[in-house]
Ligand binder design. Structure first.
Ligand SMILES: [Zn+2]
Length: 307
């Protein structure tokens, strides 16, 4: 566990103003989508912060590979080991990009459960970890650190955490996964951030990044290539990436050395590298792409009830 001194340091770091706040549903999304944003912020003297919504503890194949067990034999402890490994990997990745543990907030909500949590009533019970409240294994979760008690797995609890963080850090730019992403946690993260933004009267800029397109083929072209841009392709008559405009609103160039640093940070994710190296390396291009969210309140009204 962390020392009292580290706890004090983290608490004060969480309350510092930030220029850029990146919301990642799972440990790795921040690197895949926004490594360049982090490096650019550091280079230009801006203060970046990362908020990781879940512990990444619902990754079934990773739990199986990590423990050497059949999927049917996995226990809650096997999933907790995945959470521990992913948090550790993330800290290593962020160090490569120039951040320290003080720049990262771990909220500790359930992987695969963001869209399943009710607003009130009985907290959601995570089917894999059997947890029903926030936790952190290497770094403590935000709520336990702030209030000495974990938060229940309720939508209202994560929304409150996000509202508090926005109020404390007053960022000028927010980055969050796109509402057209193919993963329900990623879409829900967008809507939760949207609610927090609306509640706090945030007036800065919001950029959405895409990790899994609904068609399942993003990112293209496949493989790490720091010398070429992302590109859209027609696959079976459907544009990949599906559901989003192309070209994207913002194409931010990555220098060759930055793309190399991004690849190195991606390689810190040991479990993902074992299972999906070609997929995660494909986020290394000579740019990062974003969609500008101009009216989050309109999007709020469009939030489907079932996701
Ligand atoms: Zn993710």
């Amino acid at each position: 566990m962390i020392t009292q001194e580290t706890k004090k340091e983290l608490l004060s770091a969480y309350c510092e103003k930030k220029d850029v706040l990146i919301f990642a549903p799972h440990p790795d999304d921040e690197t895949l989508g926004c490594a360049g944003v982090i490096m650019e912020a550091k280079r230009s003297g801006k203060k970046p912060g990362i908020v990781v919504c879940t512990n990444g503890d619902g990754f079934v194949t990773a739990a199986s590979v990590f423990s050497g067990k059949e999927i049917s034999a996995l226990s809650p402890e096997d999933f907790l080991e995945v959470a521990r490994a992913r948090q550790k990997d993330m800290l290593n990745a962020m160090q490569i990009l120039g951040l320290s543990q003080n720049d990262i907030v771990f909220l500790g909500y359930p992987d695969g459960g963001l869209a399943r949590m009710f607003s009130t009533g009985t907290p959601y019970m995570h089917q894999f970890t059997q947890k029903n409240c926030t936790y952190g294994l290497i770094m403590p979760d935000y709520h336990s650190l702030m209030f000495d008690v974990p938060a229940p797995y309720l939508r209202s609890a994560i929304r409150e955490d996000m509202i508090e963080l926005l109020q404390k850090t007053s960022p000028r730019e927010i980055y969050v996964t796109h509402f057209k992403d193919g993963h329900s946690d990623h879409r829900e993260c967008f809507y939760l951030v949207g609610e927090a933004v609306a509640k706090t009267g945030f007036k800065g800029e919001i950029f959405a990044y895409l990790i899994h397109s609904a068609d399942g083929n993003w990112p293209l072209p496949r493989g790490a290539n720091p010398q070429i841009p992302f590109e859209a392709q027609m696959i079976d008559g459907i544009q990949c990436p599906a559901g989003v405009s192309w070209p994207p609103d913002e194409r931010r160039p990555l220098r060759y050395d930055e793309a190399e640093a991004k690849l190195k940070a991606i390689h810190s994710y040991t479990l993902e590298m074992k299972l999906a190296s070609c997929y995660i390396e494909s986020f290394v291009k000579n740019e990062e792409v974003f969609w500008k969210i101009n009216d989050i309140e309109i999007l709020q009204k469009m939030r489907p009830s079932e996701m």
